[in-house]
Design a protein around this ligand. Sequence first.
Ligand SMILES: [Zn+2]
Length: 61
Amino acid sequence: MRKKSDLPTKTCPTCLRPFAWRRKWKLNWEHVVHCSERCRRTAKSAKRDRIDAAPLENLHP
Ligand SMILES: [Zn+2]
């Protein structure tokens, strides 16, 4: 018999907490990196901050 704790887990690189497999990730678990949408956005915006170091004028001529 399998226990719930047998579910696969990963560690979220944004909040550094371990999280367990969820049914909604059934199809893309191997691509799941963050524990939640919030962490995913945090990671994304952190990346974008670096890109936005370029002058804004270039985006709005
Ligand atoms: Zn997280």
